[in-house]
Design a protein around this ligand. Structure first.
Ligand SMILES: [Zn+2]
Ligand SMILES: [Zn+2]
Length: 207
């Protein structure tokens, strides 16, 4: 049977779209943005859809966690890139978090620094002199990761001392503070990606 549309159920042609909408699940009247996704407007609000998603996840939490792990393992570079993007977009937040951690964990921070000093003392390579570092830093003239030229550059061990890296100038790359902080204890050689015009001949000699 064909039903004639009820004109009262439609908003008149040319009238502005409604600013609010009633969620069919929680029955709350909410701003239209709470229903809008790139794919279109939903009948249930975002809070409700999130809840439904969580309930579904909780039905098989172990399976969902295993799937998360598999997804992370299958695309480590993508994960790293997106975390990096998030870090750079929220630098102030992470800086505050790090400062707060140092403040709240003075003992742990002291221990962390002591571990670093001990590694530096026992690491092979013989150390890096200030002159070697300055020569290297100025021969690149930028952070080799994000290529920024403003702000201070820090010497970073390409292969971290904790992973058996040498404390030698051939294992050092200049990084800005935030790139150095987000690299952490990982083996990433940003010098490899440098094109020849950026990689000026370093003036130091490696012994
Ligand atoms: Zn709702
Ligand atoms: Zn950088």
């Amino acid at each position: 049977m064909c039903r004639a549309p009820d004109p009262a159920a439609y908003r008149p042609l040319g009238s502005p779209p409604p600013e609010t909408k009633r969620c069919t699940r929680c029955q709350e009247e909410k701003p239209i943005a709470e229903f809008t996704y790139p794919s279109g407007t939903r009948s249930r609000c975002k809070a409700c859809l999130n809840e439904i998603g969580k309930e579904k996840r909780n039905l098989d939490l172990d399976g969902a966690r295993a799937a998360d792990r598999a997804r992370r393992a299958s695309n480590p570079d993508g994960i790293r890139a997106s975390r990096r993007k998030h870090y750079h977009a929220n630098k102030a937040y992470y800086a505050a978090k790090s400062t707060a951690w140092v403040k709240d964990n003075p003992e742990a921070n002291r221990a962390r620094r002591a571990r670093y000093r001990a590694r530096k003392l026992t690491a092979p390579g013989g150390g890096v002199s200030l002159a070697e570092w300055i020569t290297l830093r100025d021969s690149y003239g930028c952070c080799v990761s994000c290529l920024r030229t403003d702000g201070p550059l820090e010497p970073d061990h390409v292969l971290p001392l904790a992973l058996g890296g040498r404390d030698h100038i051939d294992n050092i790359q200049p990084l800005c503070r935030s790139c150095n902080a987000s690299k952490k204890d990982r083996h990433i050689d940003y010098r490899v990606g440098h094109t020849s015009w950026l990689l000026r001949e370093p003036a130091f000699t490696t012994i």
